[in-house]
Design a protein around this ligand. Structure first.
Ligand SMILES: C[S@@+](CC[C@H](N)C(=O)[O-])C[C@H]1O[C@@H](n2cnc3c(N)ncnc32)[C@H](O)[C@@H]1O
Ligand code: SF4
Length: 430
């Protein structure tokens, strides 16, 4: 365990570093044949950014140039055609465009992307929740109007900090005026949900600097806020320059949580806070089983198989994966060749990790309905949460208490199986 208990963000279990080549590749029609295809989650990954931020280990490439973008979009359309034919989807219940920075695309490219996908998939963007990630430097009034017209209802803006000194420390080049203009433009465009991402725990950030960022964020009255503790991953620019997160991330977490609760936000998970008057029923959880990812770097999940294209952090590795993705034969997109199978025990762990780390907890009944067994009998280790005073038990639910939620990044990795922990630690970063 890390000294301060920040062992890892369990937003996906198993992490991509547990994926390996699947030999032989698994045809998607087989992988999806017994899945419920009525309420799928469509995720589109655009691996392009204007800049590589010092903290970021997401799968993305910087300043790709027009021809690489064009080739990648072409490949996404071919992949899409091939996946639709193999999976035979019956309905899309929600969609998200992430990255990278999807707003790196031009208006013409965005229009074409939405139109092409809705021509292939059983989806009407306006009828479902559609989330779209943007960075301040790529936001324009025209782009937002287009996205809104196409049916996007949630804009998520990467801010990280409103304090210039934090942005220097995070190695995120982002002029204050640009940030201000982006917030104003999003607010004026009027999406149902405006989400702001903030990071805490960078070198030099004390409580007053964190407070000042939170204050500035609330001036925009965002419907949602994600408060991310800083992680310094392998091969990131912060890692290469020997930087580490501040020691007192949990104090900053408590400050942020208390402040948002007092300001009328509800806590959904350790990271996510939602304004109390906002109702949204689309939180990522176990609905993610049934996720179709398009684009290089996108993950797809059936109950028993998680797969994607390969993963890299360093720029040469990312570029070569994108180029290989773009060159694939049409038929090869209809096979999963890199991923991880989930047996019954892994599916149970995934279910528990994903639901326990939410404020509303893991429902005993839902677990029983899904697996036909008792959650506590299957994973007796969960009893330790009561002994440690981190969870409360009710008739229907195992729920982390305030202190338990604060230790989410210890509890998640503590529940990982030995097999997945070994696979993740054996992974060689490129
Ligand atoms: C895809 S980005 C958001 C959109 C856009 N690319 C941007 O940066 O403005 C996802 C979010 O993950 C968070 N994030 C990424 N890497 C992180 C790290 N190492 N530690 C903490 N938060 C991180 C950041 O808050 C970031 O806004
Ligand atoms: S934080 Fe966002 S803009 Fe920065 S490198 Fe990562 S994905 Fe790109």
């Amino acid at each position: 365990m890390a000294e301060d208990g920040y062992d890892g963000y369990a937003y996906a279990y198993p992490h991509k570093t547990a994926y390996r080549p699947l030999d032989p590749p698994i045809p998607l029609n087989e992988a999806w044949q017994f899945e419920d295809k009525r309420d799928l989650f469509l995720y589109v990954h655009l691996p392009f950014c204007e800049m590589r931020c010092g903290f970021c280990n997401l799968f993305t490439t910087v300043q790709p140039g027009a021809s690489l973008v064009e080739q990648t979009l072409g490949a996404i359309y071919r992949q899409s055609e091939s996946v639709v034919a193999a999976v035979e989807p019956q309905g899309i219940a929600q969609a998200a465009f992430g990255g990278g920075t999807p707003s790196y695309l031009s208006e013409t490219e965005l229009q074409c992307l939405f139109t092409t996908l809705s021509g292939m998939w059983p989806v009407c963007w306006r009828d479902i929740p559609v989330s779209f990630e943007v960075s301040p430097g790529t936001v324009t009034r025209e782009k937002l109007a287009l996205l809104k017209g196409l049916g996007v209802d949630r804009i998520s803006l990467g801010v990280q900090s409103f304090v210039p000194a934090d942005l220097v420390s995070l190695k995120r080049p982002q002029p204050a005026a640009e940030l201000e203009r982006a917030c104003q433009t999003i607010k004026t465009a009027g999406f149902a949900v405006f989400n702001i991402d903030l990071i805490y725990g960078n070198e030099g950030q004390d409580a007053s600097r964190w407070q000042s960022s939170l204050d500035r964020a609330l001036e925009w009255q965002p419907e949602e806020l994600y408060l991310y503790p800083l992680y310094v991953g392998k091969l990131t620019n912060l890692d290469r320059s020997g930087k580490r997160p501040a020691e007192r991330r949990r104090d900053l977490y408590r400050l942020g949580r208390d402040f948002l609760l007092a300001a009328g936000y509800r806590q959904i998970s350790m990271r996510l806070f939602r304004r109390a008057d906002v109702i949204r029923t689309t939180d990522y959880c176990c609905q993610e089983d049934g996720m179709i990812g398009l684009g290089p770097g996108a993950r797809s999940y059936t109950r028993s198989l998680h797969y994607s294209s390969e993963y890299a952090v360093g720029q040469p590795g990312v570029r070569s994966i994108i180029e290989n993705f773009n060159k694939r034969e049409l038929a090869s997109y209809a096979c999963a060749d890199y991923g991880v199978p989930l047996d019954d025990a892994e599916q149970k762990l995934r279910y528990i990790i994903k639901s326990l780390l939410r404020a509303d907890g893991a429902s005993y009944q839902s677990y029983w309905r899904r697996f036909g067994s008792s959650m506590i009998d299957d994973v007796p280790q969960l009893n330790e949460l009561f002994e440690l005073g981190l969870a409360t038990d009710s008739e229907d639910c195992l729920r982390l208490n305030e202190e338990g939620l604060a230790w989410s990044d210890t509890i998640g990795p503590w529940l990982y199986s030995d097999t997945m922990t070994a696979r993740m630690s054996e992974y060689e970063f490129v």
